[in-house]
Design a protein around this ligand. Structure first.
Ligand SMILES: Cc1cc2nc3c(=O)[nH]c(=O)nc-3n(C[C@H](O)[C@H](O)[C@H](O)COP(=O)(O)O)c2cc1C
Length: 203
């Protein structure tokens, strides 16, 4: 059996819900993944605004370990500049098997829907679509305009899974972390991972 780490691209953009991103990262790293990580300028701002200075990009690994435990060290990540259109994940010839954009702003959603590839997040997403690999988009906005709704349809038609940041309440969440666990679990399942972030529904 191959001992190589599974390579998954994670993008964090400037939509509310930084906690969903950190929980998703930690859960994938606990499972031994190597993450190809891109964070937009507004994604960087959201990490600090919503989670505090300790979650700033240059301290992110320490934040993940302090919050989610040493298990995150099973995995690793490489951080790319969103301006670097020559980065590994900008090409279809790399071995990154899937990508999740969590959370995904309406701006980035629009760029993917229209194949703009203006930055690394959009280009890497475009690569996933053209190579027919898994692309999971976690949009967050409310209410939504007609162009935003149409952009979701365009992405779904192109093969992306639209997985809106809509945590459920039937698992009786008590904390924000419970809600983040639910969303991260949905993302992991969509990427093809088993997980125990929320109990399976048993009727
Ligand atoms: C505090 C804050 C919260 C925001 N929340 C959202 C949001 O939930 N959804 C959204 O589409 N945009 C949101 N925005 C606006 C985006 O960050 C903005 O459109 C930005 O240009 C997105 O760029 P990016 O996709 O490159 O990160 C928010 C901005 C700020 C400063």
């Amino acid at each position: 059996m191959s001992t190589e780490k599974r390579s998954i691209a994670i993008a964090i953009t400037g939509a509310s819900g930084a906690l969903y991103a950190t929980r998703t990262m930690a859960a994938l790293m606990e499972q031994g993944c190597h993450l190809e990580l891109v964070i937009s300028d507004y994604g960087r701002r959201l990490l600090r605004d919503e989670l505090g200075e300790q979650a700033a990009v240059d301290k992110l690994l320490g934040y993940l370990e302090a919050k989610y435990g040493a298990g995150v060290r099973n995995g690793s990540y490489t951080l790319y500049s969103n301006k670097d259109l020559g980065a590994k994940i900008a090409s279809g010839s790399q071995d990154c098997e899937a990508m999740a954009i969590v959370p995904c702003s309406m701006k980035t959603l629009a760029g993917i829907a229209h194949g703009l590839s203006r930055n690394l997040v959009e280009r890497a997403a475009d690569v996933m679509l053209k190579e027919r690999r898994r692309l999971v988009i976690v949009p967050r906005e409310t209410p939504m305009s007609l162009p935003q709704l149409k952009n979701m349809v365009l992405c779904a038609e192109a093969g992306a899974m639209m997985l809106p940041a809509m945590p459920a309440f039937y698992q009786m969440p008590k904390t924000l972390d419970d809600l983040a666990d639910f969303m991260a679990g949905k993302v992991l399942a969509a990427l093809g991972f088993r997980h125990q972030l929320y109990p399976g529904w048993e009727g």
